[in-house]
Design a protein around this ligand. Structure first.
Ligand SMILES: Nc1ncnc2c1ncn2[C@@H]1O[C@H](COP(=O)(O)OP(=O)(O)OP(=O)(O)O)[C@@H](O)[C@H]1O
Length: 226
């Protein structure tokens, strides 16, 4: 049995707490991801999937519950500690790419590495390697506006992986693409994940895509079930 890479235990989160209209989004959600597992997260719209991913990715804090990354307890740790674990260990992919429009594809992948202390030469080499792996080496110097939606999203995958995170969290990573493109781009993502041996939690509404992952978990009524 491989080690646990991400553990959530009894996670609860409500919005507008204590006020009329309080929304209890998570009600004691438990999740264990083993190192190298690729897991699909299925949830109804508005079911709390983004809230869960933000908490798992240390972007938001739960009202209650425990979070461990790589066996390290992070519950109640200060912002600096959480930010450092997030930068080193966690990569995010959103439904929309959020690439910086004034920078080229390669620069978008280099910048987070420079922010993490990697040298320019090393960062460039890694960015080009990642772009090659998703078939975009010839587009390295194009700005996002000059790329198709599928190409933009592949660049966003490369950026998420730039700092070699141990955990990848993706919120409907191919949700804004047409079905054909979504399939191709998703295959590129699965190849990248397999190559790097990363642990991944990928939210999708697409059952065909979910079936290509190691297992599926469902978020329903604020709890996670297999
Ligand atoms: N900051 C907030 N304040 C109040 N309510 C919020 C806030 N953020 C989210 N919610 C509510 O919490 C619920 C879950 O939101 P969340 O964004 O996690 O859902 P989701 O499953 O990602 O939705 P979708 O699939 O439609 O993107 C929704 O009912 C939403 O309206």
């Amino acid at each position: 049995m491989s080690e646990l890479m991400l553990e959530l235990n009894g996670i609860s989160k409500s919005y507008s707490r204590g006020k009329p209209g309080q929304v209890d989004v998570l009600r004691g959600a438990d999740l264990n991801l083993r190192a190298g597992e690729v897991v699909a997260l299925l949830a109804p719209s508005g079911g709390g999937k983004s809230t869960l991913l933000h908490i798992a990715g240390l972007l938001d804090t739960p009202d209650d519950g425990m979070i461990k990354v790589g066996g390290q307890e992070l519950t109640g740790k200060g912002d600096r500690r959480r930010t450092s674990v997030r930068r080193q260990d966690i990569g995010f992919i959103y439904q929309f790419h959020h690439l910086l429009p004034e920078f080229s594809a390669v620069e978008n992948i280099v910048l987070p590495q420079l922010a993490n202390g990697t040298s320019q030469g090393e960062a460039n080499a890694r960015a080009l390697d990642l772009l090659t792996r998703v078939g975009l080496e010839s587009r390295a110097d194009h700005r996002p506006a000059a790329l198709s939606g599928g190409e933009q999203q592949r660049v966003a995958f490369c950026r998420a992986l730039a700092n070699q995170p141990r955990i990848l969290l993706a919120d409907e990573p191919t949700g804004n693409l047409d079905p054909g493109t979504s399939d191709q781009v998703f295959a590129a993502l699965m190849d990248l994940v397999a190559d790097t041996g990363m642990t991944a939690l990928i939210a999708t509404h697409n059952l065909d895509l979910a079936a290509r992952m190691d297992r599926t978990i469902r978020l329903e009524n604020g709890i996670l079930t297999d």
